[in-house]
Design a protein around this ligand. Structure first.
Ligand code: LAG
Ligand code: CA
Length: 478
């Protein structure tokens, strides 16, 4: 398949979990831009706690979710200069950086209240230098009004004003506190950051969130307001739709349905998608797994191999939602295991620093580079704006559909190859399979092909076969 041009970057976001800034920049040039990814969600860039670890151990990934200041000049992923370079390099490829913004809370209590990753001395409820210029701080009064851990999740006041996991909860009702948060976010926007994944949005009262999001500047380069998606586990106490006035929302109802359907091999009914959790596709950010679910609720993850990639491919082929592709490191069953590391780096009290990411056989899994997944990103871009029409199903594990008159995709969640002959609106011709090796032919308005076991077939206008085409229409050949 021909790589999409950089300027055609679409809506697919990849979460390069824990990747350092230099590695993200390189990936934008080497792979993401050329293959049509439109965004990268990066790990939180603000200064964070350094969680003590056992001797010789690695620092846990989750120390990033305990901010110590809003300085971005020395997390374990690199310097401010490297961060700026990443944002620019990716923008040149048409790829937006989405920052994971931790704004609901600061740190939890720790026995070792040592300096943060950029050297800021802090204590619980005392963060003396938010921007490294001595101008702003948080003190005890900037938190609360509740200083206890959330216990009753059916009580909205408690969920929004008390402490998530015992993390010091910022009093976002206070305009001064909101002004610090806005300064942090607009500082990132000024660098060209094109969007935000807002952490723990459900724990920030809606009006406070509205005031914060409403104060964001336009993004230089890309133009327009930053794209925002809120992390919300919607429930009866606080529904997803509470946050739709302020951006898109992570649709965990969709995620559970998608992941379990693929895990069970019951995929055919997924062609028609209801408004999961009360959210339309336009309001939803969708995903097969994320950094939390892959650890704590691992229905379908990289450990499941082909079936997992197939689920991601289906998500990309389907028009519902804005997709986020997870890109993991192998945590070997230890939910706290930190990222692959290269050892101590002078001047970085985060200690062990994240290694450069390397997709050629290491602990970095690089799901986003799987050919079925990456090929379907191009397919998604080619069929943008078209509707889905189901064309064929065979039992519950096999289903095929058109995307308007520009695409045809078939999914086979079974252990045997699927020989199909289906009607399609795709123009007659020979096409490359965007989802893997092989080609297929459309003749007299029918596609005749074989879909590999645990695999997909995806044909689209713009992906016509040019050489080595399988003229017989017998399905993928060499
Ligand atoms: C999120 N979304 O709303 C993140 O996706 C999730 O990964 C974050 O939890 C959480 N909210 C807070 O930002 C992660 C870990 C937690 C960890 C927390 C803070 O999953 O396990 O909590 O980050 O570092 C850790 C300890 C807890 C302890 C807490 C406070 O694991 O036992 O209560 O720190 O000391
Ligand atoms: Ca809160």
């Amino acid at each position: 398949p021909t790589p999409a041009a950089a300027q055609e970057a679409g809506d697919t976001i990849v979460h390069l979990f824990q990747w350092n800034w230099d590695s993200v920049a390189a990936e934008c040039v080497d792979f993401l831009g050329p293959r049509g990814y439109g965004g990268v969600q990066v790990s939180p860039p603000q200064e964070h706690v350094v969680v003590p670890t056992a001797e010789g151990g690695n620092h846990p990934w989750w120390q990033d979710y305990q901010p110590v200041s809003y300085r971005i000049d020395n997390t374990r992923r690199g310097t401010a200069e490297e961060f700026r370079n990443m944002v620019e390099t990716c923008a040149d490829q048409g790829v937006r950086i989405y920052v994971d913004a931790v704004i609901n809370h600061m740190t939890g209590p720790r026995e070792n209240e040592g300096p943060g990753s950029a050297g800021t001395d802090w204590e619980l409820y005392e963060y003396p230098d938010l921007f490294g210029d001595g101008e702003a701080s948080y003190t005890y009064e900037d938190f609360g009004p509740c200083y206890e851990t959330i216990e009753n999740w059916q009580d909205k006041e408690e969920v929004q004003n008390c402490q998530l996991l015992g993390l010091a909860d910022l009093n976002t009702g206070d305009p001064e506190v909101r002004a610090q948060i806005v300064r942090y976010l607009n500082g990132l926007v000024a660098l060209g950051v094109g969007g935000f994944r807002v952490d723990a949005s459900k724990h920030v009262p809606e009006d406070d969130m509205g005031a914060i999001i409403g104060a964001l500047d336009e993004v230089p380069g890309f133009g327009g307001a930053p794209r925002v998606y809120h992390e919300v586990y919607g429930d009866q106490t606080i529904p997803y739709t509470a946050y739709t006035p302020y951006g898109q929302v992570t649709n965990f109802d969709h995620q559970r349905n998608l992941a379990s359907s693929f895990a069970d091999g019951n995929i055919a009914d997924l062609t028609s998608m209801p408004d999961f959790g009360g959210l339309t596709g336009d309001e939803s950010v969708v995903f097969v797994d994320n950094h939390d679910t892959q650890r704590y609720e691992p229905t379908l993850t990289y450990l499941d191999g082909d079936r997992y990639h197939l689920a991601t491919a289906f998500m990309l082929a389907h028009p519902y939602g804005t997709p986020v592709v997870m890109s993991s490191y192998d945590f070997r069953g230890n939910v706290s295991e930190g990222p692959p590391s290269v050892g101590e780096v002078d001047g970085n009290p985060a200690g062990w620093i994240t290694a450069d990411s390397d997709c050629s056989g290491s602990d970095w899994v690089c799901e986003h580079r799987n050919e079925t997944v990456a090929g379907m990103v191009s397919f998604r871009n080619a069929v943008e704006g078209t509707d889905l029409t189901e064309r064929l199903r065979d039992g519950s594990a096999r289903v095929a559909f058109d995307r308007g008159e520009t695409g045809f995709a078939a999914f086979n969640a079974s252990g045997q190859a699927w020989s199909l002959s289906a009607p399609t609106s795709l123009p007659d011709g020979a096409y490359d399979n965007a989802a893997g090796p092989g080609t297929a032919t459309v003749a007299d308005g029918r596609v005749t092909a074989a879909v590999p076991a645990e695999g997909a077939l995806a044909l689209h206008v713009g992906g016509e076969c040019e050489e080595g085409c399988d003229g017989g229409g017998e399905g993928p050949g060499e």
